[in-house]
Design a binder for this molecule. Structure first.
Ligand code: MG
Length: 265
């Protein structure tokens, strides 16, 4: 099933089970505790990020060709960083080129995992049992900050730098280890790969993280990006005011965002 979070026509944020015609059966009860959905449907006026994560973990350098295009070394264990929850952006939201670092803002198509229950020290072969669903993410990154700061909090943490959506797909309908992933910038393919190319698949990533941190329900995990990012192209292609960037994962959908300069400055 596909689950969306949306504003209904009374202006209330709700979760719902998406119908073929773009309406939703509203959630009854708790998304993380045997959710059920009403028989009636309601219109989906505005899509919101499909979850409100307590934490956003992300994994760097998880596709070999991307590691090679950046000239980095393969990590000996998963390279973990955090994105602040204030970086979250709705499916149709606008990515803002921050006044503090507008010049080298880049895209990264990623499969994102949403954790469904409190998870601590789970073995890899049981880790996928903890998943509520999967969605598309764009790990937007200001490359000049990433390069100059040496660590990545600022580069990957600006407001609007974590678009996710458009929906969650539940694990019964989705194979995270075999899924086509691509990026289009103004309609042109920039990244095209398959999640089977991940150096460490989703189960291993969840297991590894759960041995460091408690994973709470709603925790979002971005699983790394394949080759083709803007900074590695000749010449580099960074996001510009007016661009449209699309992240697509087969079986989930298309995360489509506009890019704009930040106001003020
Ligand atoms: Mg990334």
């Amino acid at each position: 099933m596909k689950i969306v979070r949306f504003l209904s026509d009374d202006g209330r944020p709700r979760h719902g089970r998406l119908t073929e015609d773009g309406r939703a059966h509203p959630l009854i009860g708790d998304l993380f505790d045997h959710p059920t959905f009403a028989a009636e449907t309601m219109p989906v006026t505005t899509l919101l990020p499909p979850v409100e994560p307590p934490n956003i973990f992300a994994i760097g350098r998880n596709y070999r060709k991307h590691v090679e295009e950046t000239g980095a070394r393969l990590p000996e264990q998963p390279l973990v960083f955090l994105k602040p929850t204030t970086s979250l952006l709705a499916p149709a939201g606008t990515i803002l080129l921050p006044n503090a670092a507008p010049n080298e803002v880049d895209f990264e198509a990623e499969l994102a995992i949403v954790i469904g229950r409190v998870t601590r020290q789970v073995p890899a072969n049981r880790a996928l049992d903890a998943v509520l669903g999967y969605t598309c993410a764009n790990d937007v990154s200001a490359r000049d900050c990433q390069r100059n700061d040496k660590q990545w909090s600022r580069a990957k943490g600006f407001d609007t730098f974590c678009p996710i959506g458009p929906c969650l797909v539940t694990p019964d309908e989705f194979d995270p280890d075999r899924c086509a992933i691509r990026t289009r910038l103004n309609g042109e393919i920039m990244q095209e790969a398959n999640t089977e190319e991940m150096l460490r698949p989703c189960g291993e990533l969840i297991s590894f993280l759960s041995h460091q941190f408690t994973l709470l329900p709603g925790t979002l995990i971005l699983t790394g990006t394949p080759a083709g990012v803007g900074m590695a192209r000749q010449p580099p292609r960074f996001l510009r005011d007016g661009d449209q960037i699309e992240i697509e994962l087969d079986g989930i959908g298309i995360l489509r965002n506009r890019v704009s300069r930040e106001a003020g400055g």
